[in-house]
Write a protein that binds this ligand. Structure first.
Ligand SMILES: Cc1cc2nc3c(=O)[nH]c(=O)nc-3n(C[C@H](O)[C@H](O)[C@H](O)COP(=O)(O)OP(=O)(O)OC[C@H]3O[C@@H](n4cnc5c(N)ncnc54)[C@H](O)[C@@H]3O)c2cc1C
Length: 321
């Protein structure tokens, strides 16, 4: 009857989105009077028992030499077996790229109702009703899961992390590991210092910067803020910036705590990927730019004057000026 949470890790490090999923899943378990358990697959370099402070009682750590690289087919079968062995009725993922690959596969195999992109705790008073984002975050929908088992993927940055007392018991389950049907022969990492989907702060720029040669000030600002870099689509299309920085409807959807948009008009397709940011700061020389309607703070001015001043202020604040 427990809740099972999938812990997503990359190169042995647990992603922040998974900490949110742990807090969220633990709260569902508390609401339903049951325990939260978690599953993590592959080698992990972090202290698993300490994750008990997010409310999870038990962590099933699945390790095997064939599990060093993420494979949604193999991983989903392991999670299904873990759910069956633990009797989980709710399985929680983060709605990030791995969660998007795993949650539908798990829900099909368990014949479970799927709620992708949940943004609130389920209302379990009479039914199992979950609030979720629809139309790229422009509207909400409430869905009721009609099956005994539910699979939920939680939108990143939509549930606050709560720290409690306690440690988790780490155990291993007897699971059969399928031979992968595909093999990764080569992979290359994108160059960004901070992963865009995991970043707390994102500094983004658009066509207003005129050309790729003007990105130095944006990179410097991002560096000093510990932020990831993003850009609008035309900027990536023109090869001013790499496509892995393109955010929006056809790019990556992000939800950082702070999104700084420099010289970006705020077209609806751009907003679709960034409108879940907690705080939006817009720097644009056109006071009529549509982005100002979505902004929490706006600076009407020329980016080539405003950004260097902002950079100086950040440096002063950090004591590096
Ligand atoms: C099907 C479809 C999907 C799309 N998907 C995406 C997507 O995923 N992501 C995306 O971003 N776009 C997407 N687009 C494109 C989108 O419609 C816009 O064309 C695009 O977002 C505009 O990019 P921009 O704001 O950088 O450029 P522009 O629209 O050219 O805006 C530049 C802005 O910079 C300001 N500016 C100019 N000079 C300065 C200066 N010196 N200082 C300060 N401000 C200045 C201008 O006032 C202007 O507001 C899509 C379009 C379609 C049709």
């Amino acid at each position: 009857m427990s809740v099972l949470i999938y812990i997503d890790q990359l190169d042995g490090h647990i992603k922040k989105a998974s900490i949110e999923a742990l807090s969220y899943g633990s709260k569902i378990a508390e609401q339903s009077g049951t325990d939260a358990e978690a599953i993590v697959i592959g080698n992990v370099n972090e202290d698993l028992p300490s994750l008990g402070k997010y409310g999870v009682k038990k962590i099933h750590h699945v390790q095997n030499e064939s599990l060093t690289q993420f494979d949604s087919q193999v991983y989903s079968k392991l999670i299904v077996q873990a759910a069956q062995q633990t009797g989980a009725k709710t399985i929680v993922f983060s709605n990030n790229s791995t969660g998007k690959a795993l949650a539908p596969r798990v829900s099909v195999q368990l014949k479970a109702g799927l709620v992708p992109g949940a943004i609130g705790l389920p209302d379990t008073s009479n039914t199992f009703k979950v609030k979720k984002n629809v139309f790229s975050g422009k509207a909400f929908a409430y869905v009721i899961v009609l099956t005994e088992i539910s699979v939920i993927s939680l939108n990143v940055n939509s549930y606050s992390i709560t720290e409690l007392e306690g440690t988790a018991e780490v155990s291993s389950l007897q699971l059969s590991v399928e031979t992968p049907k595909v093999k990764i022969v080569d992979s290359s990492k994108t160059s960004g210092k901070v992963a865009l989907t995991e970043a707390d702060i994102v500094v983004s720029a658009g066509r207003g910067l005129k050309g790729p040669e003007n990105w130095k000030m944006v990179e410097e600002l991002a560096d000093h803020l510990g932020a990831a870099l993003a850009c609008s689509r035309p900027v990536a299309d023109a090869n001013w910036r790499p496509h892995n920085e393109h955010v929006g409807q056809t790019g990556i959807a992000i939800a950082p705590n702070l999104y700084i948009a420099i010289g970006i008009s705020g077209a609806i397709q751009h907003l679709a990927g960034v409108n879940r940011s907690k705080v939006i700061v817009v720097i644009n020389k056109d006071p009529e730019a549509p982005f100002f309607k979505a902004a929490d703070y706006g600076i009407v001015g020329d980016a080539f004057e405003v950004v260097p001043k902002l950079l100086d202020a950040v440096k002063k604040l950090k004591g590096v000026a």
